[in-house]
Design a binder for this molecule. Structure first.
Ligand code: MCA
Ligand code: AMP
Length: 512
């Protein structure tokens, strides 16, 4: 039934389904059960729906829907039918969606029925031929139409280089770039992680509590469970109490650091509750050493921290087994098998062991380039084919990689990326604003949050609260600065460049 010569990622996932298709594949925290047969049949029906639309190979399916098992089925169906999945954060507003849809020109847009009144016109204006709705209560036109389709579907034949997904990552300058990920990229990473993290076919149970529009929840978590035939306990929204309550039924958990911080605040998080757990994995943002230590102290488990990017999926991981070494807090472990990771100085020359420099990577997981941006793609690769991550770090004598900062101007807040250039652009467009700077400062819950420092035009009266209110109407909520200060001028160096380091230093204690 599944063709081993087919590079389609779905074929590899489907081949790992257990023999007993009636076994539970997904249990939702609110009491619904989906069997492996359900995943197979539903993905076949939605794949048949997509095929019936007469799409061309490579067509994009853009999806901005609330998290649900059906949304995951739509992802699987897109792979199965051989189209390109384009997930969009549910927090994005009109201006953001307009850009993504305009840039990606998807043939199909799927949105929640609550947003259809503004998403559908944007899609139609961009030339999208098909708009469906999908809600988190198993309703919406997508499922209504799919219900009429056959539940038998032959997995589309794909080559390793065919695109499977496009993930938009915001740009440090200019607009967001769509990272093009191939079936090879995603499949190779899923297979490596299956071995590296010791997934136990049929025996593991993953608590899935992350959003499914980014690499962490969509690829690392879902692929990890499916490619090892493991089941999932599914939460549409992260709720620390519910996750802690379900730990005794599970073996694996994945989260961004904020999730661990919030779970630590739960009294129910005890050694007993975690006694059946095999693995806690953290990533997407730096895990503070104090969280790493507090977790070990409270649960007896050592969190495994790993590092990745939208452009590359997972790059490094702390060891799973003791034979490979200990899990070291503050490090992101070793390059995964097949990944080459090196540290270079500003001139592109190797740095001595333990010295800090720019992290560059290559491997089968490294993306195919930015969607319709060949020049930008070229700039981000070295002449010998390594991708410049924009992360700054070092490798010690044992091979552990530590990330010490970023050369890209980026704030990671609760696991979401906020690009200051984008927010500053919106602030600078406001009538009374002369200029602005957004800097990241430490935050006990989100790790880091954005603070805006704004200079008014001569004679203009500006209020920080009004700036924040104006941004709220235009941008995704996680991008909104948590504070905004109006000041007479921004600190500059001798070259006239705004000194963001000085601003960060000045405001670093704001949320202590
Ligand atoms: C919500 N808010 C935020 C964030 N989330 N502000 C800053 N950063 C955030 N991440 C805003 C809300 O809009 C609200 O604002 C206020 O903060 C409090 O919201 P709260 O109810 O506490 O938020 P929540 O709904 O509980 O969400 C917090 C969250 C969520 C569960 C931590 O942000 C989340 O799911 N983060 C995970 C992101 C993720 O999956 N990243 C993986 C990317 P107001 O009060 O004004 O409305 S993949 C990746 O990075 C790479 C490749 C990798 O290595 O994995
Ligand atoms: P994204 O653009 O969402 O793919 O975010 C990728 C960025 O997240 C990386 O370039 C890193 O800066 C950051 N990141 C991911 N995992 C970690 C980690 N474990 N520690 C520190 N930074 C991380």
């Amino acid at each position: 039934m599944t063709d081993p010569n087919n590079a389609n990622l779905f074929a590899a996932l489907r081949a790992a389904f257990p023999h007993d298709l009636d076994a539970i594949a997904v249990e939702t925290d609110d009491g619904l059960y989906y069997s492996w047969r359900d995943l197979d049949r539903a993905s076949a029906m939605i794949a048949n729906l997509l095929d019936a639309l007469g799409l061309a190979a490579g067509d994009r399916i853009a999806v901005q829907v609330e998290k649900s098992v059906e949304a995951m089925m739509l992802y699987l169906a897109t792979l199965r039918a051989g189209y390109v999945f384009l997930p969009l954060n549910t927090a994005y507003r009109e201006a953001e969606i307009e850009y993504f849809i305009g840039n990606a020109e998807p043939a199909v847009v799927v949105c929640s029925s609550a947003n259809a009144d503004w998403v559908a016109p944007i899609a139609t204006a961009a030339g999208t031929r098909h708009v469906f709705t999908l809600d988190d209560d198993r309703k919406g036109t997508l499922l209504e139409v799919a219900a009429q389709c056959s539940d038998q579907h032959r997995v589309a034949q794909k080559t390793p280089d065919d695109l499977a997904a496009i993930l938009y990552t915001s740009g440090t300058t200019g607009r967001s770039k769509g990272a093009m990920l191939t079936h090879r990229n995603l499949k190779s990473n899923a297979e490596v992680l299956k071995d590296y993290w010791g997934w136990r076919p049929g025996a593991d149970v993953l608590i899935h509590a992350l959003p499914i529009f980014h690499v962490h929840g969509l690829f690392v978590a879902i692929h990890g469970a499916l490619i090892s035939g493991s089941s999932m306990i599914w939460l549409n929204r992260f709720d620390p109490k519910r996750v802690v309550a379900r730990l005794p039924d599970a073996t694996v958990f994945m989260g961004v650091p904020t999730l661990y911080v919030r779970m630590l605040a739960e009294r129910g998080l005890t050694r007993d509750a975690c006694s059946g757990m095999r693995l806690f994995i953290a990533g997407s943002a730096p895990l503070l050493l104090e969280t790493f230590e507090a977790w070990r102290e409270r649960t007896g488990h050592t969190i495994l921290e790993r590092y990745g990017m939208s452009e590359t999926a997972m790059l490094t991981s702390n060891p799973y087994s003791k034979v490979q070494g200990e899990r070291r807090g503050g490090t992101v472990g070793f390059p995964l098998p097949g990944v080459q990771l090196r540290v270079r100085d500003d001139a592109g020359e190797p740095v001595p062991t333990g010295e800090i420099g720019h992290i560059q990577v290559s491997g089968p997981n490294v993306f195919a380039g930015y969607w319709r941006m060949p020049e930008k793609t070229k700039e981000e690769f070295t002449h010998d084919g390594f991708f410049k991550t924009g992360d700054v770090g070092k490798i010690d004598g044992l091979g552990y990689v530590t990330i010490v900062g970023r050369s890209k101007d980026l704030i990671i807040s609760g696991g979401y990326n906020v690009y200051p250039a984008e927010i500053e652009g919106y602030i600078n467009e406001m009538a009374d604003v002369a200029e602005s700077a957004l800097v990241g400062v430490p935050h006990p819950d989100f790790g880091e949050v954005g603070v805006a420092i704004v200079v008014a035009k001569p004679g203009a009266a500006l209020q920080g609260e009004a700036i924040i209110a104006a941004l709220k109407s235009r941008l995704a909520n996680f991008k909104i600065p948590k504070q905004c200060f109006v000041v007479p001028e921004l600190p500059r160096n001798a070259m006239g460049k705004v000194q963001k380091a000085a601003l960060r230093e000045e405001h670093k204690g704001l949320f202590d």
